[in-house]
Write a protein that binds this ligand. Sequence first.
Ligand SMILES: Cc1cc2nc3c(=O)[nH]c(=O)nc-3n(C[C@H](O)[C@H](O)[C@H](O)COP(=O)(O)OP(=O)(O)OC[C@H]3O[C@@H](n4cnc5c(N)ncnc54)[C@H](O)[C@@H]3O)c2cc1C
Length: 386
Amino acid sequence: MPGTHRSSWMNDDLDALREMTRTFCEKELTPHQERWAEQKEVDRELWNKAGEVGLLCMSIPEEYGGGGGTFAHEAVLLEEQTYAGDSAWGVSVHSGIVAHYIAGYGTEEQKKRWLPKMASGELVGAIAMTEPGTGSDLQNIRTRAIRDGSGDDAEYVVNGAKTFITNGAQADIVIVAAKTNPEEAAQGVSLVVVETEREGFRRGRVLDKIGLKGQDTAEMFFDDVRIPADNLLGGQEGQGFVQLMQQLPQERLIIAVTAVAAMEAAVKITLAYTKDRTAFGREIFKFQNTKFKLAESATEATVCRAFLDQCIEQHVRGELDVPTAAMAKWWTTDRLSRVADECLQLFGGYGYMTEYPISQVWTAARVQRIFGGTNEIMKEIISRTL
Ligand SMILES: Cc1cc2nc3c(=O)[nH]c(=O)nc-3n(C[C@H](O)[C@H](O)[C@H](O)COP(=O)(O)OP(=O)(O)OC[C@H]3O[C@@H](n4cnc5c(N)ncnc54)[C@H](O)[C@@H]3O)c2cc1C
């Protein structure tokens, strides 16, 4: 049965983490879904609570306040978050993406300035690549960070607009992809860190979405925002595109982790429902169509799990390459869409009601084929290696 086996990358330490994480998610995530959907964001204190029990930045070195673990630690949290029926909390972006850019490219001073506060939940992180005019074609972003002055007084002046930014309403620091040299394409892109308290930074709307309703996906505007020159990640201009390409496999693996966990959850809740509901004098489960659809869905989840576990092992060893991560992202999200749709069908009209978790699995599934690089872009990446 999907979701019940112990993955090859698990160990005793991770088993204990899973148990603690499950308790946390059941208490701090599941009961608040409706309210978060209404307010279009999680409660800000959630970050502090998670920080207190050590669930933030688990794969960041201890010297910077993190847990000193590996990607497997993040995977356990993401799986448990998904099994708990939550897609509102942007912890994967905060711990799995933003913190890793800082840990991977930040100077010693930058790491010490931001990471411990991200690990405690004092700072919430976001990453802003997408703009109203461009998403997939990142080389063509229009946001600029132009250097002004020299020596210790040098600053960057940031201007532009970003959209669809996860954690957009709550973020305290934002990694912004911007052109430090607008004459260049990829070589002109740099990553700069903007603290949201700076003058000239403005949040736009929290966007209305068809799913992930409790997640604060928002617009951001930068009007002559001045940041110290040492907020440039890595300290060297023009490295942004390379930095993005190096980190994107982890972002894509994160999406695959949640996709497979969502498939496992969908099968589990649909099995329970179809064994409880009756029609024509018998359990819905006993109709051949129901059994076959669930057999197919369980197979999809099991096959995706095997590939995902292999990818997680490779990533923990530092060996997951870009095309394999792209394969995991497109394949698992594509299969999730199918599984979520088939499972929802077996709920009949109740599947279309927001109070039934299968409806949340279905709406959350749809975006997974779009963000983190669309599935078409994943195929583009894979095909280049063929
Ligand atoms: C809920 C949500 C959260 C998000 N969070 C973030 C975030 O935190 N930070 C962030 O920066 N962004 C975020 N995004 C943005 C997301 O990454 C982009 O929406 C995505 O990369 C696609 O960009 P786009 O929307 O501009 O679509 P476009 O790039 O305009 O693409 C439109 C269509 O054209 C296709 N297409 C484009 N280029 C090609 C090509 N070369 N070959 C074939 N087909 C192509 C695409 O596959 C797609 O089907 C989020 C989006 C959503 C919906």
